[in-house]
Design a protein around this ligand. Sequence first.
Ligand code: HPA
Length: 248
Amino acid sequence: MLGSGLGQLADAIESPTLIPYAGIPEFPQPGVSGHSGDLVLGHLGGTQVAALKGRCHLYEGWSLEESLIPVRTLLELGIELLILSNASGGINPRFHSGLVVAIDSHIDWLFQTRKSPNPDPSTGSILMRSHRTYDSMWLARAQETALEMGFCLPTGTYLATLGPNYETRAEYRAFGRMGADMVGMSTVPEALLAMQHGVRVLAFSVVTNVANADVPSQTHHAEVLEWSANARARLQPLVTKIASKYFR
Ligand code: HPA
C-alpha cells in the first residue's frame, strides 16, 4: 500500500499489469493528489507483488469499510506480507524530513472501530486491537536489510488522526506527550485488518515535516509530496531487497 507521494515506488515492479481502481467493482477512487488509484501486479526482486497506488482516507468521506476494500482485496488474493507506507509529520525531535521509520506501535485516534455497519459478531468491532499488529520479525529483517544498504531504520509509534487538517502546535505537543513519534491520517485500520486475517504487517512511515511546537510554522501538502519523493530513493531499494532476500 503506497501512501502519499509514494506511488512511484511501484515503478520498480517488473512486467507490470496496471488496473485502474475505476475498473474494479466497488473500489473507492482516491481524491487526493499524490494518490493515482491503480492496482499494479507484477514482480519485484523475483517475487510476485501487488501494489496499491493510492489510498482512500476517511476524511474524504469514505466509510471505514469502503476505505478498506483495496487492502481487503489484497488479503483475499492471498498475500503473505502486507507492506504499508505513509507520509507523516515527525513529532520525535530526533527525526528529520525524508527519514524512513518503521512503525512498531500506534495510537488510534480515529475512533472508528465501532462505527462499522458490518461488525464482528463476537466483539462488536471489525477492528480489534492487538499489541502484535506490527510484526517484530519483519521489523528486525527490515532493519537488518537497511543496515546492509548503509542506512539506519529507526522505529516509532504512529498516531493516526482523522485529518484532514495538519496539527496545531498545541496538538503536536500534546501528541508528543502521549508518546507519538509520528502523526498521520491512515494505516492503522489497514494494519488491524491484516492482523485479524493472520497476515503479517510491515509498515513504513516517511517523515515529511517535523513539528516544532515552539515555532509557528505551517505544513503544506506540496512539502509532504516533495519529501516522500526524496525518501523513495531509500524505500524503493529497501522493499526490493526485502522481496528478493526473504521470498525467493
Ligand atoms: N500531520 C498529519 N499527517 C501528516 C503530516 C502531519 O504533520 N505530514 C504528513 N502527513
